[in-house]
Design a protein around this ligand. Sequence first.
Ligand code: SF4
Length: 375
Amino acid sequence: MAGIYIHIPFCRQACHYCDFHFSTSRKIEPEMIAAMEKEMDLRKDYLGKAGIDTLYLGGGTPSILEAPLLERIFNKLHALFSIEGFAEITLEANPDDLTDEKLRLFRSLGINRLSIGIQTFDDRLLHYLNRVHNREQALISYERARASGFSNISIDLMYAIPGQTPGGWLKDLEQTLALAPAHISAYCLTIEERTAFGHWLKTKKLQPVPDEEAAEYLQVLMDTLTAHGYEHYEISNFARPGYQSRHNSSYWKQVPYLGFGPGAHSYNGNSRQANISNNYRYVQAILAGEIPAQVESLTREEKINEYILTRLRTSWGVDTRQLKQDFNFDLIGKNTELLARLTANGFVSITDGIIKLTTPGKLLADKIAADLFDV
Ligand code: SF4
């Protein structure tokens, strides 16, 4: 089995923190969809004959597209790929796009999972982040999605926003729990250089939340959601039983995937490929029959490190027997002292050769992964 990712690189306005690839100029939407159709033709054999069991439309803002363009994408996908009847088909949506008409369209296209970018229910913070929507729209869109038949809905939240308070964060979590979504993704705000926040940081207009405080927000997040029956299956992801994101889980389990659109990545088990993050150049190249992508072959060390980094963040943990089998790499033997210290300090547990982070260890996930890397 394999996954497909479609990157829709358009947004209504630029959120101050966002460094994903997108443009607020939407003039070339039809040309972009034509180029994506052509890219699908050009790369239809990338995954061999694998059936597609997850399809994910991300961005950018996929929910911004009008019916004819979305229909074209789905028609082409079904014509070229064998998308399983049980496939998880996710669309990222912003609250302001979720009209009854749009929701009906999504259902008719077979989309069975929505990931709604709410971020916070605090109007003051939404304005600060430069989100298009407000609290009321977030609440209405969620209820509308439920009423139109979506039972598998994920809500995106954000913490460690300058100006946010621990009390405010708890309120966001309580409001989220009141909606009882199947899945919650919660990300710590990181200030990226090429964003408005990055500029504000440089000019001292913004004071980032210190790491220790961000760790406290994460602790509250973990305590609150797990106490309400959500499984913490990846550092930033929580699910009610049976509702883990199959698409994202595939990334963390090194399942091959094929990405279409500018900025989209692909992975076939041995190499990674990243399409150019420029809308006009992507369209020009594809329409000329070329794939504007950089291909990076992964070395043995890169594969090992990527496995450690992604798996350590998940509830499945790092299976050291698999590392031995696939790469002849003895992670435990190479890190005896470090792992003894991490275990004694309560940051990791090791059972049957599987290394997992404990709750305190999750606060240090990236640091622990880096210490375990094969260099
Ligand atoms: S966060 Fe989402 S909606 Fe905001 S600019 Fe980035 S991609 Fe667009």
